[in-house]
Design a binder for this molecule. Structure first.
Ligand code: TGC
Ligand code: FAD
Length: 385
């Protein structure tokens, strides 16, 4: 992973480059040797979360006093990029834990909640998941049917969430539900609470090295201290999505570079008609377009990261980057597979796995079309949902 056609490395600090290198080393040693087998067997990578915790990939931008690494947003992006070069499932685990579990607890939680959960989440001893999507409400979470009712000494939670990354292995779930006044509240549900189950979703053809499942709540008694005090509207969960979508914008660059570099090397070595296939114009066109699109995506992310560091990135800017970069990566995965000919379909090369994973990435955290409508709304002022 060295593609840097526009010398973007010159915009990074020495610390950024060291962080990137350490995550790259981790992926080369711990993920790449096992990922094909894990994806084939539909198993998550053993001990992944503590390993991610040990390299500082869980909650990198959460302050050190809560167990995070206190890093900036460019560092977070570079970590996501390197993890997704290994597999989107690995980046997914890190981004859910960081942006969808630690971020809401840090941003909306009480001091007690921060001290109780964040250090264990940062180390990977505790695994978290995020429940927003429901069986009847995906793109439109405002329609959520999950409810919490105040029973005086506790809240009672009823409802169901679907398509939840890591739900079958999670110790806690940050869950979004409406209260009696119709306000959207965030609650921390712990495994073992009566009436709380997490059935696994089987037979996925995408993100096979990651567990996905449901969250089902049947009269679950939620202690009052498990409600996030500082959030009472959809703005809460949607602001978590900003952080996760930003990470995905960087992450998919890693998957794209993995495909591009594999195809470039293969095209230079593979001979047909007495010449390397890289000498044919049609193959050069593909490779030249890959590096052009990767470079544009890198610049988009770098600028977005600097805006995020200054707290100036808008949700619509983040939507543009998520949409553009995921499409860029899925196109490169599909086209680079063609450069490999028949070899492109076997697990010795990463293209099919990345392409299949990216089918989820283009759907979750807001679909490709939803992000286009967010841009449309932003530039016209007209909501077309
Ligand atoms: P709307 O009326 O526009 O807004 C409601 C309130 O929220 C505010 N808001 C935001 N705040 C922060 N960040 C954002 N991105 C925000 N977007 C909106 C808004 O200002 C308003 O605030 P207030 O204070 O006035 O109440 O909301 P809407 O119901 O019309 O919906 C807008 C829409 C469609 C863009 C939104 O619902 C959406 O983004 N839908 C897509 C759903 C989605 O992305 N789900 C993701 C689930 S999590 C997931 O997929 C994890 S995968 C993890 C992995 O494995 O990596
Ligand atoms: P729908 O909302 O039913 O959309 C179906 C199609 O209709 C899409 O093409 C969509 O773009 C289109 N569409 C919808 N509305 C409009 C409109 N107004 N105009 C034009 N087109 C429209 N969710 C979580 O809460 N937590 C998680 O951890 C999580 N992890 C996931 C992991 C995986 C592997 C997957 C696949 C999903 C995950 N999700 C998670 C759910 C994900 O966010 C949703 O799948 C996504 O938001 C889309 O919702 P949906 O699947 O219900 O599709």
């Amino acid at each position: 992973m060295a593609t840097d056609y526009y010398q973007i490395d010159e915009l990074l600090t020495e610390e950024h480059k060291l962080i990137r290198q350490s995550v790259r080393d981790f992926v080369n040693q711990e993920i790449k040797p096992v990922i094909d087998e894990m994806a084939h067997k539909h198993k998550d990578i053993p001990g992944l979360m503590p390993k991610l915790g040990a390299i500082g990939a869980l909650g990198p931008y959460i302050p050190e006093e809560y167990g995070g690494a206190g890093l900036d947003q460019i560092s977070y992006g570079l970590i996501m990029q390197e993890l997704e070069a290994g597999d989107s499932a690995v980046r997914s685990s890190a981004s859910v834990q960081s942006s969808l579990v630690m971020f809401p607890i840090y941003s909306f939680g009480s001091e007690e909640q921060k001290r109780k959960y964040l250090p264990q989440l940062a180390s990977g001893e505790m695994i978290g998941c995020f429940g927003l999507t429901e069986p009847n409400h995906g793109s439109n979470p405002a329609g959520m049917e999950t409810r919490i009712v105040d029973k005086g000494s506790h809240f009672l939670l009823n409802g169901a969430k679907m398509w939840i990354t890591n739900s079958p292995i999670a110790d806690i779930a940050v869950v979004w539900a409406r209260d009696e006044e119709g306000k959207v509240r965030g609650v921390i549900v712990e495994r073992g609470m009566d009436g709380f189950t997490t059935p696994e979703t089987h037979n996925k053809w995408s993100l096979r090295a990651s567990k996905t499942g449901e969250l089902v709540f049947e009269n679950v008694e939620i202690p009052k201290e498990n409600v996030l005090p500082a959030v009472q509207s959809l703005r809460g969960p949607l602001s978590c999505l900003n952080s996760a979508r930003y990470g995905i914008s960087w992450g998919v660059i890693g998957a794209a570079i993995d495909c591009y570099e594999t195809a470039l090397k293969y095209a230079q070595e593979r001979q047909q008609f007495g010449k390397p296939i890289a000498s044919f114009q049609l193959q050069q066109k593909k490779l030249a377009e890959f590096v052009t699109e990767i470079t544009k995506a890198q610049l988009l992310c770098w600028r977005l990261g600097t805006l995020k560091n200054e707290d100036k990135a808008t949700p619509a800017q983040i939507s543009m980057a998520k949409r553009n970069n995921v499409k860029m990566a899925i196109d490169i995965a599909r086209e680079s597979r063609q450069i490999m000919g028949g070899m492109g379909i076997v697990g010795d090369y990463p293209m099919m796995r990345h392409a299949a994973n990216l089918e989820s990435v283009i759907t979750y955290e807001g679909t490709h079309d939803v992000h286009l409508l967010i841009t449309g709304h932003d530039i016209t002022g007209i909501n077309a949902f």
